[in-house]
Design a protein around this ligand. Structure first.
Ligand SMILES: C[S@@+](CC[C@H](N)C(=O)[O-])C[C@H]1O[C@@H](n2cnc3c(N)ncnc32)[C@H](O)[C@@H]1O
Length: 268
């Protein structure tokens, strides 16, 4: 369960409250301070997470926990692990860590996937390594060249068609089993609440998806603070990191939507 991974060890009494969840548990003081530090400023599912500790934590414990949390955050799931893989500054911050990209890829093993806005290739390479036939679109030619270089490093260049251009124009001319989009979140994305309008590429790709009927599924990688309920039919899955610094952190949320097919029966 996602909440167990997020909250950590302890006996939690979880109950629905006001469209969300509340979790109540008893922890040692250090563990409570650690949890409060870890969840500070975090929003999930479109609303800020609130943490209340009773009795109130001592100032020293809060400070120590925040320092320890900041230190731990340095050890996060790595991006590319192969020597020679390259990124640019924007590609680096938005890169899906290799292990997570591979895990996402497995779900689409062997299928035709379009990556609309591939960056330096984190997800594209994950899909290709899982045996998908990938069409990777990127508007920045330098970043697309990095994606191609990285695909070569991972030995999957042959499974990828690289297209330089605006995905909003290119995608409607294509067809695939799954359309994937990891839209730019912006440098200062809101950690407590994100809406579709904050992710313009997602907004446009959603329109293409619903309008064309040529893609079986749409999968979008969105910030943890995104409210999935605003997209009808979207199934959301929180994805955690794998290293000590992000093991209990929601790195991003994957939204999966299936093309809705209306069955039409003709009377005889
Ligand atoms: C969040 S990054 C993708 C990161 C990628 N998933 C990875 O793991 O490396 C989004 C990318 O979309 C590109 N992009 C934004 N708008 C675009 C558009 N209209 N057409 C094509 N690419 C676009 C940006 O240049 C950026 O490289």
């Amino acid at each position: 369960m996602a909440h167990e991974r997020l909250l950590g060890p302890g006996e939690w009494e979880v109950a629905p409250v006001d469209g969300g969840l509340s979790a109540v548990g008893t922890l040692a003081m250090e563990a409570a301070a650690d949890l409060a530090a870890r969840l500070r400023g975090v929003g999930l599912g479109g609303r800020p997470l609130g943490v209340e500790v009773t009795p109130k934590l001592k100032r020293g414990a809060v400070r120590a926990a925040r320092t320890a949390d900041a230190r731990r955050r340095r050890d996060t799931t790595p991006g590319f692990t192969r020597p020679g893989a390259r990124t640019d500054p924007e590609g680096k911050v938005s890169l899906t860590p290799e292990a997570l990209a591979l895990e996402i890829g497995q779900r689409w093993r062997g299928q035709r996937v379009i990556d609309a806005g591939c960056g330096v290739g984190g997800n594209t390479i994950g899909f290709a390594r899982a045996g998908c036939a990938v069409t990777a679109i990127e508007q920045d030619p330098h970043r697309l060249a990095l994606a191609r270089h990285n695909a070569r490093i991972y030995g999957v260049e042959e499974r990828i068609r690289f297209l330089n251009g605006d995905a909003r124009r290119v995608v409607p001319t294509l067809e695939a089993d799954m359309l994937f989009v990891d839209p730019p979140w912006g440098v200062d994305w809101d950690r407590s609440h994100t809406a579709v309008a904050d992710l313009p590429l997602l907004e446009d790709i959603l329109e293409v998806f619903h309008g064309s009927g040529r893609f079986g599924y749409l999968v979008a990688k969105v910030p943890p603070s995104f409210d999935p309920d605003i997209i009808a039919g979207a199934v959301a899955r929180a994805v955690f990191g794998e290293a000590p610094g992000d093991y209990r952190r929601v790195k991003f949320v994957l939204l999966e939507m299936q093309l809705s097919v209306t069955a039409v029966t003709t009377p005889r």
